[in-house]
Design a protein. Structure first.
Length: 162
Protein backbone atom coordinates (compact mmCIF):
# COMPACT_ATOMS: atom_id res chain seq x y z
CA UNK A 1 0.00 0.00 0.00
CA UNK A 2 1.33 3.42 -0.92
CA UNK A 3 2.04 6.09 1.67
CA UNK A 4 -0.51 8.39 0.01
CA UNK A 5 -3.23 5.72 0.19
CA UNK A 6 -2.52 5.17 3.90
CA UNK A 7 -2.92 8.91 4.44
CA UNK A 8 -6.15 8.85 2.42
CA UNK A 9 -7.54 6.08 4.64
CA UNK A 10 -6.65 8.06 7.77
CA UNK A 11 -8.29 11.22 6.41
CA UNK A 12 -11.41 9.29 5.43
CA UNK A 13 -11.77 7.94 8.98
CA UNK A 14 -11.20 11.40 10.43
CA UNK A 15 -13.81 12.93 8.09
CA UNK A 16 -16.53 11.00 9.89
CA UNK A 17 -16.37 13.43 12.82
CA UNK A 18 -17.30 16.43 10.67
CA UNK A 19 -20.02 14.42 8.93
CA UNK A 20 -21.73 13.47 12.18
CA UNK A 21 -21.52 17.02 13.53
CA UNK A 22 -23.39 18.30 10.47
CA UNK A 23 -25.84 15.38 10.67
CA UNK A 24 -26.49 16.23 14.33
CA UNK A 25 -27.07 19.87 13.36
CA UNK A 26 -29.78 18.87 10.85
CA UNK A 27 -31.26 16.25 13.19
CA UNK A 28 -31.51 18.90 15.91
CA UNK A 29 -33.38 21.14 13.47
CA UNK A 30 -36.01 18.47 12.84
CA UNK A 31 -34.79 16.91 9.60
CA UNK A 32 -34.79 13.23 8.86
CA UNK A 33 -31.28 12.29 7.83
CA UNK A 34 -29.55 9.42 6.06
CA UNK A 35 -25.87 8.55 6.18
CA UNK A 36 -24.61 5.64 4.12
CA UNK A 37 -22.01 3.32 5.60
CA UNK A 38 -18.40 4.19 4.93
CA UNK A 39 -16.42 2.00 2.55
CA UNK A 40 -12.72 2.43 1.89
CA UNK A 41 -10.72 0.85 -0.87
CA UNK A 42 -8.00 -1.46 0.42
CA UNK A 43 -5.74 -0.26 -2.41
CA UNK A 44 -5.51 2.90 -4.45
CA UNK A 45 -5.83 0.99 -7.72
CA UNK A 46 -9.47 0.04 -7.18
CA UNK A 47 -10.69 3.19 -5.43
CA UNK A 48 -13.45 3.86 -7.97
CA UNK A 49 -15.24 0.65 -6.94
CA UNK A 50 -15.62 2.11 -3.43
CA UNK A 51 -16.89 5.57 -4.32
CA UNK A 52 -20.02 6.57 -2.43
CA UNK A 53 -23.00 8.51 -3.72
CA UNK A 54 -22.74 11.27 -1.12
CA UNK A 55 -22.00 12.08 2.49
CA UNK A 56 -25.30 13.16 3.98
CA UNK A 57 -28.89 13.18 2.78
CA UNK A 58 -31.65 15.20 4.40
CA UNK A 59 -35.35 14.81 3.77
CA UNK A 60 -37.10 18.07 2.98
CA UNK A 61 -39.77 18.99 5.51
CA UNK A 62 -42.17 20.39 2.89
CA UNK A 63 -41.72 17.51 0.41
CA UNK A 64 -41.03 14.20 2.11
CA UNK A 65 -40.41 12.56 -1.26
CA UNK A 66 -37.39 14.82 -1.78
CA UNK A 67 -33.98 14.03 -0.35
CA UNK A 68 -31.15 16.56 -0.66
CA UNK A 69 -27.51 15.53 -0.89
CA UNK A 70 -24.94 17.45 1.14
CA UNK A 71 -21.19 16.96 1.01
CA UNK A 72 -19.28 17.56 4.25
CA UNK A 73 -15.63 18.41 4.80
CA UNK A 74 -13.61 19.32 7.86
CA UNK A 75 -10.68 21.71 7.57
CA UNK A 76 -7.65 22.35 9.75
CA UNK A 77 -8.19 26.10 9.34
CA UNK A 78 -9.96 28.16 11.98
CA UNK A 79 -12.65 30.60 10.79
CA UNK A 80 -16.04 32.00 11.71
CA UNK A 81 -16.83 34.10 8.63
CA UNK A 82 -15.31 35.89 5.64
CA UNK A 83 -13.63 38.45 7.91
CA UNK A 84 -11.30 35.89 9.47
CA UNK A 85 -11.06 33.52 6.50
CA UNK A 86 -7.30 33.56 5.76
CA UNK A 87 -7.49 33.25 1.96
CA UNK A 88 -8.71 35.39 -0.94
CA UNK A 89 -11.19 32.76 -2.20
CA UNK A 90 -12.69 29.53 -0.93
CA UNK A 91 -11.52 26.11 -2.13
CA UNK A 92 -14.67 24.01 -2.50
CA UNK A 93 -13.53 20.59 -3.67
CA UNK A 94 -11.44 18.68 -6.17
CA UNK A 95 -12.75 19.31 -9.68
CA UNK A 96 -12.98 15.60 -10.51
CA UNK A 97 -15.01 14.85 -7.38
CA UNK A 98 -17.65 17.45 -8.28
CA UNK A 99 -17.66 16.67 -12.00
CA UNK A 100 -18.37 12.97 -11.42
CA UNK A 101 -21.64 13.94 -9.65
CA UNK A 102 -23.04 15.61 -12.76
CA UNK A 103 -25.75 15.93 -13.91
CA UNK A 104 -27.09 15.62 -10.35
CA UNK A 105 -24.60 17.42 -8.07
CA UNK A 106 -25.01 17.81 -4.31
CA UNK A 107 -27.09 20.79 -3.24
CA UNK A 108 -24.25 22.22 -1.18
CA UNK A 109 -21.02 21.68 0.71
CA UNK A 110 -20.78 22.17 4.47
CA UNK A 111 -17.13 22.85 5.18
CA UNK A 112 -16.30 22.99 8.88
CA UNK A 113 -13.61 24.94 10.67
CA UNK A 114 -10.89 23.27 12.73
CA UNK A 115 -12.89 23.30 15.99
CA UNK A 116 -16.03 22.11 14.13
CA UNK A 117 -18.09 25.04 15.43
CA UNK A 118 -18.65 27.02 12.22
CA UNK A 119 -19.40 25.99 8.68
CA UNK A 120 -18.91 27.68 5.36
CA UNK A 121 -21.84 26.65 3.18
CA UNK A 122 -21.16 26.61 -0.53
CA UNK A 123 -24.37 26.12 -2.47
CA UNK A 124 -23.88 24.52 -5.85
CA UNK A 125 -26.35 26.95 -7.42
CA UNK A 126 -23.41 29.38 -7.24
CA UNK A 127 -21.43 27.17 -9.62
CA UNK A 128 -21.46 29.81 -12.38
CA UNK A 129 -19.17 31.90 -10.13
CA UNK A 130 -16.71 29.10 -9.40
CA UNK A 131 -13.32 28.85 -11.07
CA UNK A 132 -10.54 26.27 -11.12
CA UNK A 133 -6.95 26.37 -9.93
CA UNK A 134 -4.35 23.63 -9.77
CA UNK A 135 -3.14 23.22 -6.20
CA UNK A 136 -0.42 21.11 -4.63
CA UNK A 137 -2.07 18.86 -2.07
CA UNK A 138 -0.35 19.45 1.25
CA UNK A 139 -1.50 16.12 2.67
CA UNK A 140 0.01 13.94 -0.03
CA UNK A 141 3.45 13.53 -1.56
CA UNK A 142 3.93 14.81 -5.10
CA UNK A 143 0.23 15.32 -5.78
CA UNK A 144 -1.33 18.34 -7.43
CA UNK A 145 -4.86 18.52 -8.72
CA UNK A 146 -7.43 20.92 -10.02
CA UNK A 147 -9.84 22.36 -7.45
CA UNK A 148 -12.98 24.43 -7.74
CA UNK A 149 -12.86 27.73 -5.86
CA UNK A 150 -15.70 30.08 -4.97
CA UNK A 151 -15.62 33.82 -4.26
CA UNK A 152 -16.15 34.65 -0.58
CA UNK A 153 -19.26 36.73 -1.24
CA UNK A 154 -21.08 33.57 -2.40
CA UNK A 155 -20.41 31.67 0.86
CA UNK A 156 -22.85 31.49 3.76
CA UNK A 157 -21.19 31.26 7.16
CA UNK A 158 -23.07 29.64 10.07
CA UNK A 159 -22.49 28.63 13.65
CA UNK A 160 -23.34 24.92 13.84
CA UNK A 161 -23.00 24.46 17.59
CA UNK A 162 -26.10 22.99 19.16
Amino acid sequence: MTENHKKFQEHLKESTKALFIVAHYFHHHGYTIRINGQKCSPTASNHEEYADDGDLFIQMKDDQEKWVRIEVKGLNTEFTNSNDWPFKNFMVCAKHSYDKTLPDPPSCYYILNKTRTYAAIVKTNTFDHWFTRTVKCGNYKNVSQEFYHCPLDKIKWVNIEI
